[in-house]
Design a protein around this ligand. Structure first.
Ligand code: NAD
Length: 293
């Protein structure tokens, strides 16, 4: 059993912290939003009045926050109180540059650090089946692995500081592009008089197969568990897909990578978001293609 501080108990952090409690860890939590902290208390997380109170006696600190600036603010605060050799893990999806800065801050405070963003959404967070992609030293990864296993089913060490974030934004750029492609194919099929089921039966077992069609089909029917069958309730919100595509484009610009399809997907999701769809599942973008972009 470890003493763990968990900062950021929102849609993802809440169920992740609850799974740590279920595995027998002692979890002290903090969130700026009082109702969120109260909800976490119901799953056995001990509420702290401030981040520094949560981390004071912690062996491991986990942050699950919206963006890079939130992580850097929280880590500045946390690292003033954390004991030397504490392992600090950031599971948020943030830009590679902020992630590397956070690692440097931890090193200066003589703490170990890991970036470990996740894939699997709120469903995976609740079920404890997340995939973690980690960046950091072998020592940090070895210490973090048993803790991450309480929240996920696949833990991949991707490389040094920032490598987890790099893997996450590359993966989600593939996802954004493939979802746009699958949605376009269903809209074309509709115009050609081909049924959704017929396209699904062919493409899901042919060279068009991918997660966006096989598991997360953007039309109701063929995959009963996909958000299309539930009014496009997320799932994975379009605003979060836009955030990840923007992160991929910032990284492409900074590193000089050519990602024209990623850039196009980012623009399409920006338009979809601007039309008021940021809170809907990202597969709902099919509706925008039915109306000619
Ligand atoms: P969320 O908005 O539900 O939760 C974030 C929480 O952080 C909020 O409750 C907020 O009050 C709290 N917070 C912000 N600044 C804080 C601070 N300084 N100290 C303490 N608490 C603070 O967001 P979420 O959906 O849980 O996402 C968290 C991260 O996980 C994001 O980076 C997101 O991109 C990533 N992610 C989300 C999903 C998903 O499906 N929701 C999937 C994979 C990755």
């Amino acid at each position: 059993m470890a003493r763990i501080a968990f900062i950021g108990l929102g849609n993802m952090g809440g169920p992740m912290a609850a799974n740590l409690v279920k595995s027998g860890h002692q979890v002290l939590g903090f969130d700026l939003a009082a109702p969120v902290l109260k909800a976490a208390e119901q799953s056995g997380v001990k509420p702290a009045s401030h981040a520094s109170q949560a981390v004071k006696d912690a062996e491991i600190i986990i942050t699950m926050l919206p963006q890079g600036r939130h992580v850097l603010t929280a880590w500045t605060d946390i690292l003033q109180t954390a004991a030397q050799d504490t392992l600090v893990i950031d599971c948020s999806t943030i830009d590679v540059e902020s992630s590397r800065k956070a690692h440097e801050m931890a090193k200066a405070a003589s703490c170990l650090s890991l970036d470990a963003p996740v894939s699997g959404g709120t469903g995976g967070a609740s079920a404890g089946t997340l995939t973690f992609m980690a960046g950091g030293s072998d020592e940090a990864f070895a210490r973090a692995k048993p803790i991450l296993e309480a929240m996920g089913k696949k833990i991949v060490h991707c490389g040094e500081a920032g490598a987890g974030q790099a893997a996450k934004i590359c993966n989600n750029m593939i996802l954004g592009i493939s979802m746009v492609g699958v949605c376009e194919a269903f809209v074309l099929a509709e115009k050609l008089g081909l049924s959704h089921q017929a396209l699904f039966d062919v493409a899901s077992t042919s060279s068009g197969q991918c997660w966006s069609i096989n598991t997360y089909c953007p039309v109701p029917g063929p995959v009963p568990t996909s958000p299309a069958n539930n009014g496009y309730k997320p799932g994975f919100a379009a605003a979060l897909m836009l955030k990840d595509l923007r992160l991929s484009q910032e990284a492409a610009l900074a590193s000089g990578a050519s990602t024209p399809m990623g850039a196009e997907a980012a623009q399409l999701y920006a338009l979809f978001d601007k039309q008021g769809n940021g809170g809907r599942d990202f597969s709902a973008i099919i509706e925008m293609f039915r109306e000619k972009v």
